[in-house]
Design a binder for this molecule. Structure first.
Ligand SMILES: Cc1cc2nc3c(=O)[nH]c(=O)nc-3n(C[C@H](O)[C@H](O)[C@H](O)COP(=O)(O)OP(=O)(O)OC[C@H]3O[C@@H](n4cnc5c(N)ncnc54)[C@H](O)[C@@H]3O)c2cc1C
Length: 398
């Protein structure tokens, strides 16, 4: 290792929303920061890029940015579908906002750089040296850290380094997505199909130049997701032969209980922080990135970097609690035992819609939703859970 190490308080690996949030907050807290990514931004990232109300709050809190109409399409028009059949069309109680990750992520990274984070794009880590608190880059540079933050996505090389694998192959989700050229006006219809696949759903989101059509589910289940994607595109009036269909892993509820080790912290998708019901990960990415920076700052200021993980775990307790509740409630959404009642509620229930939009807005928690569902219904669900095929029950309960 001939290179002189460059010292930083915090080194962030991965410059998506989680990494940019960590870098920006760490700078605000007065820490010296390096942020690195294998890509050069603007870079593409497969994503529906529906930024929820919770996402708006996180983006405002961390970056001071609002979802302006230059970069976001606004619409309240929603359809709930069931294997191609429209169950309900209605107007949401507030605007939903859709964007492109290629723009969003670039803007967030520029905010972190403008705040003073040292920018290393187009580089990969070739060695994580925990003992010396150093990362070696393929450019030859060596960066030394007080706290290392891994924001390197669902296939996180840092998680693989710490735990031998980035995710549990039995529980990881997988999604296909295509950008179908079809410029959309403000207030164009979005739709979600809740029955196009088992244990997942399909989405058709309006964007300025395209419609983003995709579906996702648990990868290890016995279903041909690609074939279902082609079928779904047909239902949505798109030709699967005319566009490129891409696939990517999505954690879908299987988060890492202990996200790191001592002064090494995992955030966002690298820590599996995606809602099992909504598939939302952007808000959690920004929230966890900022919380990791806060924990790093506290630990470094106390002169005890190894305490960063303990502090971080306390700070993200509220995120883990939400992910736990979503994991529990998805049994109601996806189990065959409740197919009939769920379909009926989607078509008719104002309460269910209100709960769905409150959740997306970040105005309620899964804990509150759970309370809204009567004890009687929950009892019924739990009773039926025990009768499920053991394979699926084991897989989903963890
Ligand atoms: C198909 C699909 C649709 C989705 N739709 C939505 C949605 O509509 N709304 C929503 O809220 N969430 C959605 N999600 C989830 C959301 O995309 C993620 O939760 C979010 O991207 C997490 O951000 P992140 O910063 O943790 O990771 P990422 O955005 O994945 O960023 C990780 C970064 O790490 C970099 N990296 C990886 N390996 C290395 C390496 N070795 N060295 C250096 N850098 C590296 C990558 O280049 C990347 O820039 C969707 C996910 C998928 C797959």
């Amino acid at each position: 290792m001939g290179e002189q190490a460059i010292p930083y308080d915090v080194v962030v690996v991965g410059a998506g929303p989680a990494g940019a949030a960590a870098a920006k907050r760490a700078r605000v807290l007065g820490l010296s920061v390096a942020i690195l990514d294998k890509a050069v931004f603007p870079r593409h990232k497969l994503c529906g890029a529906l930024l929820s109300g919770r996402g708006h709050k996180a983006m405002k809190a961390v970056f001071g940015l609002e979802p302006d109409r230059e970069h976001f399409l606004y619409s309240r028009e929603v359809a709930f579908k069931w294997d191609g059949e429209t169950l309900a069309e209605f107007t949401a109680p507030y605007d939903l906002t859709y964007t492109y990750r290629v723009d969003l992520d670039h803007r967030l990274l520029l905010e972190a750089i403008a705040a003073g984070a040292q920018d290393y794009q187009g580089v990969r880590v070739t060695e994580f040296d925990d003992k010396a608190n150093r990362v070696v880059l393929d450019s030859g540079a060596v960066l030394e850290y007080g706290v290392l933050i891994g924001a390197d996505g669902a296939a996180s090389p840092l998680a693989r380094h710490l735990f031998g694998r980035a995710f549990d192959p039995n529980k990881i989700g997988f999604a296909f997505e295509a950008e179908v050229p079809d410029p959309c006006a403000q207030d164009a219809l979005m739709s979600i199909d809740f029955r196009i696949v088992d244990w997942g759903y399909g989405w058709n989101f309006p964007k300025k130049d395209t419609r983003t059509i995709g579906l996702g589910s648990i990868k290890s289940l016995d279903q041909d997701l690609k074939a279902q994607m082609e079928r779904y595109m047909g239902f949505e009036g798109a030709d699967p032969e005319a566009v490129k269909i891409k696939g990517a892993h999505i954690p879908l509820g299987d988060y890492t209980k202990v996200p790191g080790r001592a002064n090494v912290l995992l955030v966002g998708d690298a820590a599996g922080m995606v809602d099992a019901i909504t598939g939302e990960g952007l808000a959690y990415a920004m929230e966890s990135g900022a919380e990791a920076a806060e924990a790093a700052s506290q630990a470094l200021k106390a002169g005890k970097p190894a305490q960063a993980l303990g502090l971080y775990r306390k700070r993200i307790g509220y995120i883990h609690a939400e992910l736990d509740k979503a994991n529990k409630l998805r049994h109601f959404q996806f189990s065959r035992a409740f197919t009939g009642v769920f379909k009926e509620k989607l078509a008719t229930s104002q309460n269910m819609r209100a709960a769905f939009f409150d959740l997306l807005a970040g105005d309620t928690t899964y804990g509150e939703i759970e309370k809204r569902i009567s004890k009687q219904l929950l009892g019924k669900i739990t009773g039926k859970m025990t009768g499920w095929p053991a394979r699926l029950a084991d897989k989903l309960r963890g």
